[in-house]
Design a protein around this ligand. Sequence first.
Ligand code: NAD
Ligand code: MG
Length: 316
Amino acid sequence: MKQLTVSLPEGRSYDITISRGILARCGEEIRRIYQGNEVAVITDSNVGPLYAKTVLDSLKGAGFSVKSVSFPAGEQSKNMDTLVQLYDGLLTPYPFPMTRGGLIVALGGGVTGDMAGFAAATLFRGVPFVQIPTTLLSQVDSSVGGKTGVDLPQGKNLVGAFHQPEAVLTDPETLATLPERFFRDGMGEVIKYGCISDKPLLEALEAGTALEDLEQLLARCVASKKSFVEEDTRDTGRRMILNFGHTFGHALEKLHNFQDLSHGEAVGIGMVLACQVGEKLGVTPAGTAERVREVLKRYGLPTQDSFSWEDFSFSH
Ligand code: NAD
Ligand code: MG
């Protein structure tokens, strides 16, 4: 088991616990930090059938009244319409309507975490919530930092709120069922952490030993994100280093209409491009882009794309 504590500027703090099998013990864990009685689990149509029963049974075992609300899996659900359906599910009288004293659990990947977190930030002007992330991306990245929100037709994550969880409970065993392409996707961000702040992690990734101890890998990435987030909770200064590879990455995702290129793949290519630009400008040591390219290749991630510079439109 690994545990990290995130300290927030307002004086509050919360724990991120990374432990095999914690899903089946989540009731006891939540009992420790939440004095109320009602827990609503929000999950998606893939994760629900796999893990909701374990979570609900554990919550019931700890004496909570529980309900669950599910939505169709995928980024295309991360919108206002689904959000309204979630509020509706939370407020339906059966088995009980959620009240101000209730707690929301986000069980799933980043889409679930962002949307359940935003529902928690806004329902009754804010109720507490707990993250139980089940994708590599959400375990190393999106469950930490308190950003929540949904997409609009005009773009991704355009409506949202900062709402910090009461706890993050991470079970590495859930990754066993994660489809390969989503695992690879998360590896793009893992490699980013190695590049921006954790040389031993980068070296373990290069040596091919990083995946031998998943708890350790997740804890290192979270420690890295935590250090940036604690310094800059509202994403205005140093936290921008977390965006390494993301400027080009976002542009590439857009060129692909957010389809056949995943976020992690796009970030990987973006890191290579950023290093190439840095090398050309003389601010990045020669060979850096090549080093990043090699480690991406090792984890099956692409290192270049078929766009040409003319496909980007630059504004000044
Ligand atoms: P996701 O939640 O859609 O999960 C990916 C897929 O894996 C889905 O089909 C899901 O149903 C399935 N899945 C999840 N866990 C599984 C498991 N254990 N076994 C089998 N299938 C499983 O996507 P994601 O990649 O986790 O997250 C992407 C989202 O996260 C984006 O919307 C992005 O904007 C957001 N994000 C938010 C932050 C933040 O700070 N809030 C940071 C990074 C990304
Ligand atoms: Mg990212």
